[in-house]
Design a protein around this ligand. Structure first.
Ligand code: AZC
Length: 828
């Protein structure tokens, strides 16, 4: 037993006085500046240090309790965490936002100014990465022993600028001033190998053993980000890995006297964690990407096994004490890596190892789109990860034996199920590896899971129906309501108290007041104030002036053909033409936001044409406030939290069957925007929750889309029957919006007329009809307010806390372990 001084944790005070002292001290001791001369950034850093001391204290308490209680832990493996800013979130979840505001004011610093200085931590592309961040926050909030693992990218999601219309990507150097939230753990380093070859060791009795030799080695070093729960003392951990060159690696060249080469090679090996691939829903197949995937998976699994053994458990207890969730297939190589660690390093038998691995892993699928499904050429996998290729062959061999036994002679089925795709130049299907190596596979919304079972994983579903479950996505109300929408949070508090912050279903208590005139007025006032806040930001970023008294119609998400920003744009052009023709149309502000993958030409073309249309529309004196169109630059988590509370209408208009779930749809609806949407992803469940009267559903269903495609779509024929739509398409392709270069959009015209792969043309009439229903309701302020309030009241199901409980109960088999105030560290 160590002496009390050694085991004691500091237990820092959380009142205004205590915080003020910590912050002032940190300016001197950590930032190294005289408080008299400290800049706002110095104060921001000092504040961050004062919070992180308190976070780490609770983190250690949490860890001690988990160890004492013998808990089962879940590890979330994700290539992406789209976290956003951390300062306000940490202050709020630690319960010290208001004392800190006061302490800063006492020091002569305005907290809101400070909060605005922070860069977003944008270590993700979109929905998948943001979901991962929400899940970590909820795990801590609900007291679950849950940890994130990922990559500490030096450059996150690119910064988007328009020059003047097309997207230009700028590097996101988010760590340039250092990062006060991370704890570098130089004691937590693991060697990661690439390339080399495999040596077989035949043992006369027993199994053949393998060693992997002469590869390149790089170190993975841990950086820890404590993650605080809201309204609880639990603080969990997100561990991100950075690549560091090993000393040995340098030495080879140093010895040869090639100093420069040695240093250059060191830099080269560290590129593994340099940059996030900015691709959302397309697999790129680059060697560096495969190395990134393996790098973080191997480090995480080594760390997980180390902890497991250090806690005194044996390897047979792995599935009882550890659950590992694979966030899409990006970490799917974990299946082979765990087998390697168990069999080659810990010398377990193959069968025993396989049983443990399968019971430990579960896999979440986020998309059905074929181009997003990762496959790696066998040749590449063999070169970069030769031992893993051998292991995958073995897994596949055993698996196909099972299939053969079950379906004798069915070679087509074998080929369809095989982990190796033999049709397209021999590739490893990572989704198959993930399904075979997991005990649960989940989709992220009811329709998505159903489609997984019927299409992408049909053969697997027939084989193992019990393996497939649905876990509908959710969003954290802490960020997406309490932080983003303080005015509505306040109003809810006055009306129904604050229980909903922990149990979002309690929003239902609002329902009986939906037609209360006072509440309606207060609700509309809040919305208007949020619109003014957004209008100010839009003016600052784009120079465009928005009228807060017209409908704000918002489509914010990655730019993709299937998400159909073009459908919204055609509506804008249609309205514009009709306004110019003297027609009376309902006024609206249309706001787009989102990034295009740098190599996705069609998506970049869509951004360009939206910006061009916006420029003409916004400067046409004949239009005035009746129509404004804005492409909000560099859409990210921090701007989302200004845009979302200001939206009246939420555009969720993907081609049915393509959007796995969507989570922006949930954030917007929770903030009182009414949805115009197709029956796709979680829109279906949102409709079921809020009721037909609070949502504008339109367009083909997923089944009808399949049927429509089978019948051979004919956009030209539809255009011939819809003069408004035809006129809008003509206006774009004629170069009306591109005075300098009328030829630019001829291609877009051809695309819509002859290809239209996502049925923008086919759904257009139904879409505009849904927009008109929204306009009619919007004109009736009372009816609109009632529908919007009901919408908020009925969104409880879409809390990430429910999502996490579903994972915990259906997949991970873990229970919450709330941290009690400790006896020696009893302060609240
Ligand atoms: C997204 C899906 O497109 C979106 O519908 C879903 O809500 C989100 O995941 C969270 O589940 N997918 C991605 O962001 N990326 C990939 C590779 O699917």
């Amino acid at each position: 037993m160590a002496a009390p001084e050694v085991t004691h944790l500091p237990n820092l005070p959380n009142d205004v006085e205590g915080l003020r002292q910590s912050i002032r001290d940190a300016v001197v001791r950590v930032v190294g500046e005289d408080p008299r001369q400290a800049t706002e950034r110095d104060w921001m850093e000092a504040l961050a240090f004062a919070i992180r001391e308190r976070m780490v204290e609770r983190r250690l308490l949490t860890r001690r309790q988990f160890a004492d209680e013998d808990v089962k832990r879940v590890y979330y493996l994700s290539m992406e965490y789209l976290i956003g800013r951390m300062l306000e979130a940490n202050l709020r979840n630690m319960g010290i936002l208001e004392p800190a505001r006061q302490a800063m004011a006492d020091l002569g610093v305005n907290l809101d100014t400070i909060l605005d200085l922070e860069d977003d931590a944008a270590l993700g592309n979109g929905g998948l990465g943001r979901l991962a961040a929400c899940i970590l926050e909820s795990l801590a909030t609900q007291g679950y022993p849950g940890y994130g693992y990922g990559i500490r990218y030096e450059f996150g999601m690119f910064r988007q600028e328009f020059e003047p219309y097309h997207q230009v990507e700028h590097p996101d150097n988010w760590l340039r001033y250092g990062n006060p939230w991370e704890f570098p753990r130089s004691d937590r380093k693991y060697p990661i190998h690439f390339y080399g070859h495999v040596v077989e060791h035949h043992h006369p009795r027993g199994e053949t053993r393998y060693t992997w030799e002469n590869g390149e080695e790089v170190l993975a070093m841990a950086y820890d980000y404590p993650t605080a729960g809201y309204g609880r003392r639990n603080v969990n951990n997100l561990r991100l890995w950075a690549a560091k060159a090993t000393r040995d690696f340098d030495l080879r060249y140093f010895n040869e006297g090639d100093y420069i080469r040695a240093v250059a090679d060191k830099a080269e090996s560290e590129t593994i964690s340099m940059v996030l691939y900015p691709n959302d829903a397309t697999a790129i197949g680059k060697e560096l990407r495969l190395k990134q995937e393996y790098f973080f998976v191997s480090a995480s699994l080594q760390d997980i096994l180390d902890r497991h053994l250090a806690l005194g458990y044996n390897l047979d207890a792995l599935p009882d004490k550890v659950a590992i969730q694979l966030n899409d297939t990006h970490p799917a190589i974990a299946v082979a890596e765990l087998m390697r660690l168990l069999v080659d390093c810990h010398e377990l038998s193959w069968d025993r190892a396989w049983d443990l691995a399968r019971r430990t892993f579960a896999y979440t699928n986020h998309t059905l789109m074929p181009e997003a499904l990762e496959t790696w050429p066998v040749e590449l996998m063999e070169r970069v990860l030769p031992r893993h290729m051998g292991i995958i062959y073995q897994i596949n061999h055993d698996f196909l034996e099972q299939v053969r036994h079950r379906y004798p002679g069915d070679n087509d089925r074998l080929a369809r199920l095989s982990i190796i795709d033999e049709q397209n130049g021999r590739r490893v299907r990572m989704a198959h590896l993930a399904v075979v190596g997991s005990h649960r596979v989940n989709g992220v919304a009811a329709l998505h899971t159903q489609l997984l079972q019927e299409t992408l994983f049909e053969d697997f579903y027939n084989l193992w129906p019990e393996r497939f479950v649905n876990v509908t996505n959710g969003v954290t109300p802490r960020l997406w309501m309490i932080q983003a929408n303080p005015a509505l949070t306040e109003l809810l508090g006055q009306r129904i108290g604050n229980d909903w912050q922990y149990d979002l279903d309690r929003l239902r208590a609002l329902e009986p007041y939906a037609h209360d005139a006072d509440l309606q007025k207060a609700f509309l006032d809040v919305k208007r104030a949020n619109k003014v806040r957004l209008a100010n930001l839009v003016r600052e970023r784009t120079g465009v002036e928005l009228n807060p008294d017209v409908m704000f119609d918002v489509q914010i998400k990655r730019i993709h053909e299937y998400k159909r920003q073009l459908l919204k744009l055609l509506h804008v052009v249609d309205l514009y033409r009709r306004i110019r023709a003297g027609e009376d149309v309902a006024p609206r502000v249309v706001l787009f936001g989102g990034k295009a993958a740098p190599g996705y030409a069609r998506a970049k073309g869509i951004i360009q044409v939206i910006n061009e249309v916006a420029d003409i529309v916004n400067h046409d004196p004949a239009v005035g406030d009746r129509l404004k169109c804005v492409f909000f630059p560099n859409y990210e988590v921090s701007s989302a939290s200004i845009i979302i509370p200001a939206a009246d209408v939420s555009e969720q208009i993907s081609t049915a069957g393509f959007e796995a779930s969507g989570t922006g749809n949930m954030k917007l609806a929770l903030n009182g925007a009414l949805t115009i949407g197709t029956l796709d992803g979680a829109n279906i469940e949102i409709r079921d929750a809020v009721g037909e009267e609070s949502i504008f559903i339109f367009g083909m269903t997923a089944d009808e889309v399949v049927e429509h495609r089978r019948n051979g779509p004919n956009p030209e024929a539809i255009l011939a029957q819809q003069p408004n739509l035809a006129a809008a398409v003509e206006m774009i392709e004629s170069g009306f919006f591109t005075c300098d270069d009328p030829g630019t959009h001829g291609d877009l015209g051809r695309y819509l007329r002859h290809e239209d792969p996502f049925f923008v043309i086919a759904d257009y009439a139904a879409y505009t009809e849904a927009c008109e229903r929204a306009d009619t309701l919007y004109a009736d302020r009372t009816a609109w307010a009632e529908a919007a309030i009901l919408n908020v009241a009925r969104m409880g199901y879409f809390s990430i806390d429910r999502t996490v409980r579903d994972y915990a109960n259906q997949i991970w088999d873990i229970i919450p372990e709330p941290v009690a105030p400790s006896r020696t560290n009893g302060a609240a």
